[in-house]
Design a protein around this ligand. Sequence first.
Ligand code: IPT
Length: 979
Amino acid sequence: MGLSRRTFSALAGTTALGLALGGSGAANCAYAAPTAPTGPAPGPPSADGRRHTIGFDRYSLVVDGRRLVVWSGEMHPFRLPSPSLWRDVLQKMRAHGYNAVSVYVSWNYHSPAPGSYDFTGIRDLDLFLRTAAECGLYVILRPGPYINAEIDGGGFPGWLTAAKGTARTADPAYLAHVDEWLTHVDAIAARHLYTDGGGTILLYQIENEYDAHVTEATGRDYMAHLYRKVRADGIDVPLFHNDKGRNGYWIPGSFDTRGEDGSWLYGFDGYPSPTQTPPDWGHFGIGGMKGGATASPRTPGFMPEFGGGWFDPWGGVWFDRKGYAESRRQRDAAYERRFYLTNLANGITLHNVYMTYGGTSWGWLPAPVVYTSYDYGAAFDEGRQPTAKLVPMHQLGHLLHHVPDLAKLDRAADVEAAGLKVYHLTNPDTGAQVYVVRNDGTQQVTSTVPGLGGLPVTVPAKDARLLVAGTVLGRRKVRCSTAQPMLSLTTGRQEIAVFTGRPGEATVTVLECPERPAVKVLEGGAAHTYEDGLLRVEARLDGLTRVSVSGDGTGNPLLLLLADDETSLRLFPHDTPSGPVLVHGPALVRTAAVSGKALRLTGDTVAAAALEVWGPRGITELAWNGRNLAVETTPSGSLRTARPLPGVGKVSLPALREGWRRRTENPESAPGYDDSTWRRADRTTSYSTTPVPGGQPVLFADDYGFHYGDVWYRGHLTDARGARSVSLAYSTGTQGLLMAWLDGRPLGTHRMPVPDNSTVRKGSWTDTAVFSVPEEARTAGPHVLSVLVRRMQHDQDGKAQDTHKAARGLTAVTFDGASPHVSWRIQGEKAPDAERGPQNTGGLYGERHGWHLPEYADGSWPAGSLPRADRRQGVTWYRTTFRLAVDPGIDASVGLVLDDDPARAYRVQIFLNGWNMGQYINDVGPQHTFVLPNGILRTRGSNTLALAVLSDGTTPSGPSDVRLTLLGAAAGGVPVVSV
Ligand code: IPT
């Protein structure tokens, strides 16, 4: 590849420039001069149309010559099928201190068939990238081709499971498909690169957790192929891979990048358990730790995924059936502090939390290992609500943005503090001292940490904090503080420094003031003394303590704010072209813009909240969500609204008891059903990894173009004389099942067991259902054997063994006592829904005939009220409509709850306005609440709910308690366009 103009613009640092120009013409674009300056971190990025350089050295990325700590959160656009809400989540991330969003792009979501690609509607990647840029977030783009991600086939399209070529190798048949995918993604990505200001894509990942074939030519050739392809498509930002663990796989130089190793970063992931001591995976090799960042000494410590929660499997064995609330409890705010601060202390300056908003694996998106909710116990829950886990993210994210010393840290002399683990670091340029102090014990510890002025530092059990000494904030040096710094900024002439900690904590902050300052405690309880040029402020954290410091010879007055955790979450710094602003009060501040004398803010309130703002000089007016507000000035140098902003009004949701209509289906089980338009299952070969049984046709659904949801088989038998039983071997993902009928008479249902600890990761389940053949059917026939398979989804391919190609559906059918001739027909899903996509619907009769769609006329269906208690093997549909009239100024997050006696054997696919919002398994769980995203849910208007109920026939069944629930509400929100 020649040195394009664009790549040229990606050069950072004169060393790299010289190399690139003098070299072979390769784009050695990103290795920065080791002496890159430590200046303030660059402001929030946007699609500004300007050239930008993205370089790095061993400490950090260097963007436009300035160090950047990447504080990123993972979200998946495909797990939030309402594009308007992408902005909601991204704005929330930005407001709470994240500066980047990392996204997988899932091949299967965009490609229903070979050669067919869709990037429109809910699949509009271009829109997502534009929105991220508008929200001021960098993007880390991760289009695979393999992603894992607990998504069907690990992101591989259904059609790829039936295609020639070994996946995740250099097999040309596979690479041809891969190139087609990357061509489509890259055409969009290339328009949004930060290097030319088209957008904010900062980094780009190829493959994911590729730990197979690492030492083989096929693995290296595959990676080299992906690298070349992506570069050839014009992607000129640094590329990287996400090493599964700390193996040192795919470090620079480990495969052929055509001399471009300088633009290749090493990244690795980790998901430590909360019971573990936080591991030292960074550069410093503390504790003799090998691997991780130490494997690549010239690139910055980079964790493209660090656990921010964990997923929950069907049955919920990992979390004691308590679901994601338990995941969130185990990896709580203190977990984040302990583990993420340890990462920072180890030189990890590119840090992405997987997940930050998990979302929903709606329709047939989930991999077999998970159920519908992908909440993940993340900082934002599935219903887009902030959780207590945001506290550390917010405090640290803003700190990293405002205190550039943290972007370049070396390990400093070890210090000991009784009962605490201390990481001592220093910025070699500024001399700032940083201490990460961690308590791994089960009791709170108070100890003195050498270097922190002999002050007692308290760390609660299983918690951690970051403290600084000798660090310049604005015009003053902080000699030391036992509170964690959160930010430092200057509005007009006023400097503001914020420190934080747990509520009730006693803190001491010592500032260097050359002259005796005038100190005023404006709010809260604080004591202060001045001696030998040092101002010592003592305060117990409780809400917001305000101390003003002036006349100390430094020039600018300082407002020292000491905020407890909850209060810190109500402090929102924002950058505007006129300078920084700090907003205090509301639950969320989304945007801040200066127009003339007015500061125009948008955001959310939940409870009524005073709105207070520190802003650039000349600002005298405030507007909130478009409304001008009366303001007054405060002794803190801020503007405050005369009256608090109102909180959110009441949201009422209708009951869903009335108006149901009900219809049973599965005519396919009747002997006379006309299946002549179904595909004949008569193939004899397959690319599946499942062997085709001798003497039988291929029955694997994927081989007939059916990739998602339920599939029907009808076997026409000519002679069943003497048949005692029939054995139906089948293969599904977790929780698959099979039900069979002979000549319309139910033979029974067979289900895969609920996974336990030993089987929970099993992607592919195979078993054989054996049903006895009723006496009256043991005749010459003809007979019809009808079989419905809920095959669930394709396994992921984490080990690169083509496991996504394991068969789904029936695999072999044999009779005991007879060998009738059988000819098979198969029917699965129809052509994919153009808007909702290939994973929305399977092959049930109702799905094939649009019973899930809002426009379907169900007027002829009999009325049927809930609860129901039918005993019938097969499928029954329930439909109702309901109206919502949520105030347009309210963002209400609504869920659907299904509840019943757990002994009842049935499952429900939930269709809202035609969208498959997931699957409920009454006797397995643990999920009962299904999030209904606004945009799909009409919050002002009519909605159609259709439930496709599949019941075993072994117990009475039918939906019982079906109701709407409010997952959260705020006054504010983003405009939502109906999907
Ligand atoms: C790692 C994957 O990279 C990611 O796609 C997802 O599957 C995640 O874990 C788990 O949610 S796999 C790692 C835990 C071995």
